[in-house]
Design a protein around this ligand. Structure first.
Ligand code: MG
Length: 203
């Protein structure tokens, strides 16, 4: 499986990191070893002093496909969850300054936390979903999928032009504003429509 991530998909978040709004989705990937399974802790990596959370809606691909048209994209994902795109912000800034790739800042072991998956049914409209992240019980991020610059279906069309999507692949769809640092001892909890989906302890 592969983990595909979209960067800068919410205008407010692009602004908070002083990035321009993208005209096409910004794509990067994380390897399989980045996956942090539900309720597993993340161990604060030794190579950063600025580990940050980015809470994102995650969709799971349930059908193989390439060159998937937006109007058929819904047939290719049946489950959604919340994830944390953990980012070593200090390394990311250094890499960006030098015009170098982001992998060491974003694709390290355990950098893709994921929660439990909900099956998408008629009662879930993926384009009209609210989610939130609490850090030590304090609300730090609120997101709404209607604020995405690129919709999930368009992301699937765009990504699948370059990369075949396979069953089990995960797509992290970008973070809303409110990203920030974590420290050992912190607890992150993610909710979709009031239901707790994600729980990650920082050790
Ligand atoms: Mg992100």
């Amino acid at each position: 499986m592969k983990i595909i991530c979209i960067g800068r998909n919410y205008a407010e978040h692009a602004k908070e990191l002083k990035n321009d709004l993208p005209t096409v989705p910004v794509i990067f990937m994380k390897p399989k070893n980045a996956l942090l399974l539900p309720d597993k802790p993340i161990y604060y990596p030794e190579f950063t002093t600025d580990l940050q959370y980015e809470c994102e809606l995650v969709v799971k691909i349930t059908k193989n496909g390439k060159y998937i048209k937006k109007k058929f994209a819904k047939k290719y994902y049946d489950y959604l969850s919340l994830g944390i795109d953990f980012t070593a912000r200090d390394l990311q800034r250094e890499q960006q300054k030098k015009g170098l790739p982001w992998e060491i800042a974003k694709a390290f072991d355990g950098s893709a936390a994921v929660g439990t998956f909900l099956q998408i049914n008629e009662s879930i409209d993926v384009n009209n979903l609210a989610f939130e992240l609490k850090l030590n019980d304090k609300l730090v991020q609120t997101g709404h999928t209607k604020d995405m610059i690129f919709s999930i279906d368009y992301i699937i069309e765009y990504v699948s032009m370059f990369f075949t999507l396979n069953i089990g692949d995960l797509i992290y769809t970008g973070t809303p504003s409110g990203v920030g640092p974590v420290n050992p001892g912190d607890l992150l909890e993610g909710y979709i429509a009031g239901e707790k989906i994600l729980c990650v302890e920082v050790k």
